[in-house]
Design a protein around this ligand. Structure first.
Ligand code: C5P
Length: 222
């Protein structure tokens, strides 16, 4: 029997990371945060002094990424590169921009395919990203495309950063989000778009609880 997969794709700030983690927790499934793999690739390349424009070298880094995901007490999960805890390092805006640069490189996407598919283990997987339903797991039993207006996504990110005591301007954040959306949607390889058989969920006016309940409801139907 094939192991069930539920994919959640969408733009940054749509809440898919949180939704995916909670849905996986409720179902007792494994979780794949595919964005973390692109962030790790960019970080590992930088640490080895490799220019992100050196596509062959970056693909080499992606192909032998020494990554480990581990649970922790607050349920957020920790990420290790080699033996190093890089949970915070990969969350910076810089790592996000680096991720979106290497993510546009076909050789990098190809190099990460096998690693992503290896997360599909019993009893099931929730996979979060941009192309989980279109490229990595086209046979997923349920595909969700989670969106929210650009304005709402910028507001959420702004609140998150403010809560952490980080001072940013809302206007600058909106611009950064729009830039990243454009790069992710306009690239030639695996652009951000809903799979033909995806269910679209606009979370602009929804609490995260409602998002999770809706996805769980669809998962039970599927
Ligand atoms: O989801 P997250 O913000 O961590 O992703 C970082 C970047 O990695 C995205 O902006 C996107 O360019 C890239 N990405 C991707 N395909 C995925 C997941 C992330 O291209 N499946």
């Amino acid at each position: 029997m094939t192991v069930p997969v539920l994919t959640i794709d969408g733009p940054s700030g749509s809440g898919k990371g949180t939704a995916a983690r909670r849905v996986a927790g409720e179902l007792g499934y494994h979780l794949l945060d595919s964005g973390a793999l692109y962030r790790l690739t960019a970080l590992a390349a930088a640490r080895r002094g490799i220019e992100l424009s050196d596509q062959a070298a970056v693909a080499g880094v992606a192909a032998d990424l020494d990554v480990r995901f581990a649970g922790d007490d607050d349920g957020e999960g920790r990420v290790f590169l080699g033996g190093d805890d890089v949970t915070l390092a990969i969350r910076s805006e810089e790592a996000g921009a680096g991720a979106s640069t290497v993510a546009a490189q076909p050789a990098v996407r190809e190099a990460l395919l096998g690693l992503q598919r290896s997360f599909r283990e019993a009893p099931g997987l929730v996979a979060d990203g941009r192309d989980m339903g279109t490229v990595v797991f086209p046979d997923a039993g349920l595909k969700v495309f989670l969106t929210a207006s650009a304005e709402e996504r910028a507001n959420r990110r702004y609140k998150q950063l403010k809560d952490k005591g980080i001072d940013v301007s809302l206007a600058a954040l909106s611009r950064a989000i729009e830039d990243r959306d454009r790069r992710d949607s306009e690239r030639e390889t695996a652009p951000l778009r809903p799979a033909d058989d995806a269910r679209i969920l606009d979370s602009s006016a929804m609490s995260i609880e409602t998002v999770v309940e809706t996805v769980l409801g669809w998962a039970r139907e599927a």
